[in-house]
Write a protein that binds this ligand. Structure first.
Ligand code: F6P
Length: 532
């Protein structure tokens, strides 16, 4: 299959996307609709033949069987011997989910009920701090224990009616210092969020927060809760079991916002709205399992991704939400996609024969337009762009802002595709009074090559339900791409080496023996020692 796809991708380099989208029915045929959302991939060079080949490729990789295995709780995360069941956290209406012969749903429901009761008590002021009702929540976590809750809390700001939420992740003391400055320790709740409860950044920040609170409050432990899969470690750290919200090791860090890691989101928007967020994801799960490939949004999003990266060879993928409240979505998707699919070997341990996942990056529009879009439009590298947009905003008094936002988003995908020819540029410059060699030179700078692919994911309004759908859509996209590449999307061994070396490095900064280090690293250590 791959040679055929690569050959079709080579041929598609000369395809005129504008010519394609003008074909009658193209927009409808190259898009997927589901539950208030439209995924449009008509502005790509993907044609009928290539699309059919990609769908066949997914079939030859046993996508349907692997998907069934994931939802059934089989240990598809083979390098860690674990099931992959973040979907169970949002299984609101389905039946039992078995892991090792045991139904995990009663435990999940019980934990969610405890979270809801706790969030309700915090929001209503029934649980207070030493100085009164909780006014601020500080979530301490990193990676999957940070990016999801931070991103979702920001995204759902219009529903926010609980205490203020803050997020500390970086071991750089600046992060916690700036966050705690100005907070009242007597009215602050700290959530220590760490699946393993050994992550050095999180445990360092948690200890600092505890010291900060202990200076002002008699019983700081009463204002700490833990979210973790390691109850013995949370107990050692001094957090009472009733203040610990656990989840199973079948939930990977970057897939964990749906359960206790989402506690700050639940406190911010309330358990009911959090339930809508889960319901959106659950609806996407069902759609992913039931819809045929052509009508299946995650499958088609994944196949477009495979087409652009492994097929056409475009190295990166820009995620461009035209939504200021989705400003952390690119960072969230960076972890989701790059930690999941940035792998070098297949499930069997053999080297990958083709490129793994692309570099994912982005910023919200319209800001990016005034920064890096120059390269996207006129640079020599083709960057497939994924626009994300809600048709309506949350500020009825500012509808004119949203109209401009929408117009800009739609204009960008059109501009990328349409471009501006040399003849059009010449005409422009002639009208501006240029002629001769000067006209030619000036016109050349104003040419846009065009024919640049983009997709647009548009929903009616960014509600908790829609956010749940969008995140589950991307999770399943990552899964499909991983299956097609034959990799394990659910481990992350690539983060280990740096952690080990950092542990070795720390004592060297205080004068330890650097003779085992390379010349460059030794010189850097010496600079740090001299500067301290
Ligand atoms: O270092 C990578 C990682 O393991 C991520 O996969 C994870 O989301 C993050 O660290 C945080 O881990 P934990 O929740 O165990 O603190």
């Amino acid at each position: 299959m791959w040679p055929e796809i690569e050959q079709l991708a080579r041929a598609a380099r000369d395809t005129d996307i504008l010519g394609l989208v003008d074909e009658p029915g193209r927009a409808a045929a190259f898009s997927v609709r589901f539950d208030g959302m439209l995924f449009d991939y008509s502005k790509t060079a993907l044609g009928l033949e290539a699309r059919a080949a990609l769908i066949r490729l997914a079939g030859t990789c046993d996508l349907a069987a692997r998907r069934a295995a994931m939802f059934a709780g089989e240990p598809i995360n083979q390098t860690e011997g674990r099931a992959v069941l973040h979907t169970a956290l949002r299984n609101l209406t389905g039946g039992p989910v078995m892991v090792d012969g045991r139904d995990i749903m009663p435990g999940i429901r019980e934990t969610r009920a405890r979270m809801a009761a706790f969030a309700g008590d915090i929001r209503a002021g029934r649980i207070t701090g030493a100085g009164g009702p909780i006014s601020d929540v500080v979530n301490i976590g990193i990676g999957g224990s940070h990016l999801g809750p931070e991103m979702a809390t920001l995204a759902l700001a219009p529903c926010h009616d609980g205490p203020r939420c803050h997020f500390v992740s970086n071991v750089d003391g600046a992060d916690i210092a700036d966050t705690l400055a100005g907070l009242d320790p007597g009215r602050t709740l700290v959530i220590v969020a760490s699946k393993t409860f050994i992550t050095i950044e999180t445990m360092t920040n948690a200890a600092t927060a505890r010291d900060w609170m202990a200076r002002a409050v008699d019983d700081p432990g009463a204002q700490f809760v833990a979210v973790s899969s390691a109850p013995e470690r949370t107990a050692d750290w001094g957090i009472a079991p009733e203040r610990v919200f656990g989840f199973g090791d079948y939930v990977g860090g970057r897939y964990s916002v749906w359960g206790p890691i989402g506690l700050p989101v639940m406190i911010a928007i309330g358990p009911e709205r959090f339930g809508e967020f889960l319901a959106g994801a659950e609806a996407m799960d069902r759609h992913f399992q039931e819809a045929p490939p052509l009508e299946n949004m995650p499958v088609m999003l994944a196949l477009v991704g495979i087409w652009h990266h492994q097929g056409c060879g475009y190295a990166t993928r820009a995620v461009l939400p035209y939504d200021q409240r989705l400003r952390r979505l690119p960072a969230y998707l960076q972890q989701l996609e790059m930690e999941s699919n940035g792998k070098g070997v297949t499930m069997e341990g053999a080297p990958l024969e083709r490129s793994s996942g692309p570099v994912v990056w982005g910023e919200p529009g319209t800001n990016g337009q005034h920064a890096f879009y120059q390269l996207i439009h006129q640079g020599t590298a083709v960057v497939p762009c994924e626009f994300i947009l809600a048709a309506t905003g949350h500020e009825p008094d500012l509808a004119h802002h949203h109209r401009l936002l929408v117009a800009n988003c739609l204009a960008q995908s059109e501009a990328l595709m349409r471009g501006r020819s040399m003849d059009e540029a010449r005409e422009m410059m002639r009208a501006a009074g240029f002629d001769g060699a000067d006209l030619e030179r000036q016109a050349a700078h104003r040419v846009f090559p065009g024919n640049r692919p983009s997709t647009t994911l548009i929903c009616d309004r960014l509600t908790p339900r829609r956010l749940g759908q969008i995140l589950a859509l991307y999770e399943h996209r990552v899964f499909v791409e991983g299956v097609i590449l034959g990799i394990n999307s659910f481990d992350q061994w690539g983060v280990e080496l740096g952690k080990v070396l950092a542990q070795e490095m720390e004592p060297l900064l205080d004068g330890g023996d650097t003779s085992g280090k390379d010349g460059s690293t030794r010189a850097l250590v010496e600079f740090v020692r001299a500067a301290r």
